[in-house]
Design a protein around this ligand. Structure first.
Ligand code: ARG
Length: 461
């Protein structure tokens, strides 16, 4: 038969295919809490301005709270013929309370309703993700404090560059995540305007109080343009782009974990809890969680590109295309939540092989820059010249199969006669690291101070 919501205009009902392609209830039912919250705010406002009676509003409130209980209990029957969460709840409300339920949709359209619900859902997701980001930042800072003085090789081009501390390396990710957090909060601020009351696209002739509904739902203010309000999905795109950057950061981190726990590196050992075995090779400890965390950026970015492509070229105002906005946001949120949790678990559990880290921190002539700096500082040699002299010393050490500190004073002086035994004091990994006290440098004292500052900051929220 014809649709109960708009059957007045139709003689026939939709085909099964029409129904299937049209329905979003399969995925948008997760917004039921937001939908009920939006309807409660709307009903309270309709009562306040005198559009519905106190009795009707009371019945709506009671009915919606009972529907919420039904959904929570799993007894609510979702009907695909009713398309989406909005019509499922509204139809059930009318079924329960009759006429009063049918008055709820006064001065409202599903267009402003869905825009409101989806903003509310995304705002909750932002808050949940932000909480997880802070948790991961805290775990990283805790481990950074623990390893504030632990030497590891610092790389550029994945070639040994200069020694750094493991704590410094971990804190680099805290910095990235703090920017992600800032972007999340920025997105939240821009998202936080209430579309409710924009109605289908043009606003409404009813004397509604949009400030009231906006305030009830925790928005900063109502949106200013009804056409924009029902067709804007920037908030979802901005959220997805923030998640994409965040997923990229975690992908880089995950890649480092994969490298660090490979046998030739053996810098860290992941816990059994975050490792899998092989069905054929008994010795294997595979970092699957890290690999999946590394891969999730593909999924999250796919969601972001998918929605951007859906929105591209849509004329104002609402078009059904926009129903395709939810799955990417839900999917990316789930992927991100899992990735953050997995990264947090790995960080908490990982054991650093500090001896191995220290050994390789000193390999590959990692203190060559310290040698060149000594020539500049003590012999007042111009840096370019010092670079050249050091390059010759490195070539000599390489030819002899030894490290820089193992070259004799004679060998050194054969290249630069001014060199004194004092030079050996700067060639150790420890001296190199301890000397990097410039702001933001890797010296253990810096790292300890930074890690403590982060932990103090993260305690507050
Ligand atoms: N399920 C729809 C969506 O997610 C709700 C809005 C329907 N509006 C409309 N004009 N058909 O977009």
């Amino acid at each position: 038969g014809a649709n109960v919501q708009w059957g007045g205009r139709f003689a026939d009902g939709p085909s099964a295919i029409m129904r299937e392609i049209n329905a979003s209830i399969g995925f948008d039912k997760v917004m039921w809490r937001q939908d009920i919250a939006g309807s409660l705010a709307h009903a309270a406002m309709l009562k306040k301005v005198g559009i519905i009676s106190e009795e009707d509003e009371a019945a709506i409130r009671k009915g919606l709270s009972e529907i919420g209980a039904e959904i929570e209990a799993g007894t609510f029957v979702f009907d695909e013929a009713l398309e989406d969460i909005h019509m499922n709840i509204e139809a059930r409300l009318s079924e329960r309370i009759g006429e009063a339920g049918k008055r709820l949709h006064t001065a409202r359209s599903r267009n402003d309703q869905v825009a409101t619900d989806f903003r509310l859902w995304t705002r909750d997701a932002i808050d949940d993700i932000a909480k997880q980001v802070r948790t991961l930042m805290r775990s990283l800072a805790e481990r950074a404090l623990e390893y504030a003085d632990t030497a590891i090789p610092g790389f550029t081009h994945l070639q040994t560059a200069q020694p750094v501390t493991f704590g410094h390396h971990l804190l680099a990710y805290v910095e990235m995540l703090s920017r992600d957090l800032g972007r999340l909060m920025d997105a939240r601020k821009r998202l936080n305007e209430c579309p409710l009351g924009s109605a289908a696209l043009a606003g409404t002739s009813f004397p509604i109080d949009r400030d009231m509904t906006a305030q009830t739902l925790g928005f900063d203010r109502p949106t200013s343009n009804s056409l924009d309000a029902v067709s804007d999905r920037d908030f979802a795109l901005e959220y997805l782009s923030v998640l994409s950057i965040m997923a990229m950061h975690l992908s880089r981190f995950a890649e480092e974990i994969v490298i660090w726990c490979s046998a030739p590196f053996s810098f860290i050992r992941l816990s059994d809890a975050f490792t899998t075995g092989s069905s054929i090779m008994p010795q294997k400890r595979n970092p699957d969680a890290a690999e999946l965390a590394r891969a999730k950026v593909g999924r999250v970015l796919g969601c972001m590109v998918g929605l951007l492509t859906v929105m591209k070229g849509l004329p104002l105002a609402y078009a059904k295309d926009m129903q395709e906005d939810k799955v990417p946001v839900f999917e990316a949120t789930e992927a991100m939540a899992l990735t953050l949790a997995a990264c947090d678990g790995m960080v908490r559990d990982l054991q650093a092989n500090t001896e191995q880290m220290r050994r390789y921190a000193g390999s590959g002539f990692s203190t060559a820059t310290d040698l060149a700096d000594w020539l500049v500082r003590v012999l007042k040699v111009p840096f370019r010249t010092a670079h050249h002299v050091t390059g010759r010393l490195v070539a000599m050490a390489e030819a002899k199969g030894v490290d820089l500190p193992d070259l004799s004073l004679e060998d050194m002086q054969s290249v630069e006669p001014g060199i004194t035994p004092d030079i050996y004091s700067v060639l150790t990994v420890e001296a190199s690291i301890a000397s990097r006290t410039s702001k933001g440098g890797t010296a253990g004292t810096n790292v300890k101070r930074e890690a403590e500052a982060w932990l103090a900051r993260l305690k507050k929220n």
